[in-house]
Design a protein around this ligand. Structure first.
Ligand code: EPU
Length: 302
């Protein structure tokens, strides 16, 4: 979608918003899949309410993208513009056991920056790609750690009120790969409380997690991490593997040979290829186990 509205274009600079015309989202997502649209890069949180009012008044449909590491975006010309936050500098500030982190900050860098201040707890999250905002939205987790456990306060733009709200951690429910944020909530900053731990101990934890991840996940291939959530008490990866589906392809969309819940773009996969593969695998698991696998990755299709 092209932004052609002159009033809107003229207002962007004073709102601290940069217009990037005609961006292929295949270049901004870890799956390297996605059509083309205009992007708006937002530098100043305080102007978001005004920007959102303007987009509503000018009837410009829009979506917020985090790090682009857990999303499958449709092909072709997209019917919405994409908004993305740019990180402020510094994007991570530490005071005693608290880390104040920008939603646009890289999650892995946040883990290592906190470690340098002898703040641990998040070692398991080290290899999870993406931004802190994206991790908060879905309560990212790995190796027994979920980010929600450390959240004390949040600053969120709430579409429902059109304002920026400050929330206490307890106001949000953080469940397995799910939170009680409204779909229109946009994470802006978070205050994390982390346990004190010597840097070297944290580094050792990070080393162990990295090793586990490298041995079981296809890290050097284009994916969005696990495509399905694990059903209660089971592993989607193991179920798909046991059906002999590793390496199964639709075009260049492929079930990873290394971890069957990772779906890979092995070349120039389209979104349509990936969707066809997802539905085929979901159907096979349904047939074999009577279990309906739920998407973990966000599907931006409509
Ligand atoms: N397994 C297989 N074949 C496979 C994959 C897994 O037999 O192709 C078996 C493993 O051998 C193991 C069991 O299934 O016995 C569980 O596998 P794994 O330890 O890899 O964990 P997972 O349940 O597949 C979850 C998360 C990952 C997270 C890891 C480590 C989900 C959907 N996946 O994977 O998160 O990194 O645990 O904590 O919750 C993600 O969310 O994108 C993600 C990668």
């Amino acid at each position: 979608m092209r932004i052609e509205n002159a009033k809107l274009i003229a207002a962007l600079p004073e709102l601290g918003v940069e217009l990037r015309p005609s961006v292929s989202l295949a270049t901004t997502t870890s799956l390297a899949i996605g059509g083309t649209t205009d992007m708006l890069l937002i530098g100043r949180h305080q102007h978001i309410p005004q920007l959102m009012r303007l987009l509503a008044a000018e009837q410009v449909p829009h979506r917020f993208l985090g790090g682009g590491t857990n999303v499958l975006i449709r092909d072709g010309e997209l019917p919405w513009v994409v908004l993305q936050l740019t990180a402020s500098k510094p994007d991570i500030r530490i005071e005693s056991n608290f880390a104040y982190v920008d939603a646009a900050a890289d999650l892995g860098r946040t883990v290592t920056q906190c470690a340098k201040s002898d703040l641990g707890g998040m070692e398991g999250l080290i290899g999870v790609p993406g931004t802190v905002g994206g991790a908060l939205r879905m309560n990212a987790g790995a190796y027994g750690t979920q980010i929600g456990a450390y959240v004390r306060e949040l600053e969120v733009y709430r579409e429902a009120s059109g304002e920026i709200a400050r929330l206490q951690g307890e106001q949000i429910r953080f469940d397995y790969r799910h939170t009680s944020f409204a779909p229109g909530d946009i994470m802006l900053t978070v205050k994390l409380e982390l346990p004190s731990k010597p840097y070297r101990e944290i580094l050792e934890g990070i080393r162990v997690c990295n090793q586990k991840r490298r041995s079981s996940q296809p890290l050097n291939q284009k994916s969005a991490g696990c495509i399905f959530k694990n059903p209660p008490g089971a592993s989607a990866g193991r179920m798909i593997d046991e059906l002999g589906l590793k390496g199964h392809r639709v075009g260049d969309a492929m079930v990873s040979d290394k971890h069957a819940n990772f779906f890979i773009n092995a070349g120039a996969a389209s979104c349509a290829d990936m969707l066809q593969l997802v539905e085929y695998v979901r159907g096979r698991v349904r047939q074999a186990h009577g279990v309906e696998l739920e998407n973990e990755v966000y599907f931006w299709q409509d």
